[in-house]
Design a protein around this ligand. Structure first.
Ligand SMILES: [Zn+2]
Length: 98
């Protein structure tokens, strides 16, 4: 697939905003949460899943902030059900230790 896009020189890693604390960080320091085209919401460790993504710091505080402020819902343009929130929180705990 040839892409005709000419990109400006980028030397810094891509930056994203955490939906919890709103800090701008390198993409690699954040965890991507994705809403897949099938409508599932999950953590995307590779950052390559298609779908609408939101980024959050890999810690529970930021995640809770994102959930409580409905920022995660807004970023993903979907209402994330409680059971999915719990699943995400559990998955996120794995990244916290890295
Ligand atoms: Zn954060």
């Amino acid at each position: 697939m040839a892409k005709g896009k000419s990109q400006p020189k980028v030397k810094k890693p891509p930056q994203r905003t955490c939906v919890g604390c709103r800090q701008i960080k390198s993409k690699w320091d954040l965890v991507r949460i994705v809403r897949t085209p099938e409508g599932a919401v999950e953590i995307d460790p590779t950052g390559k899943l298609s779908g609408r993504g939101a980024y959050v710091c890999p810690n529970r505080e930021c995640f809770d902030l994102a959930v409580k402020g409905k920022r995660l819902d807004r970023a993903l343009e979907v209402t994330v059900p409680d059971e999915v929130i719990e699943k995400l929180a559990l998955s996120l705990a794995r990244y916290e230790r890295l």
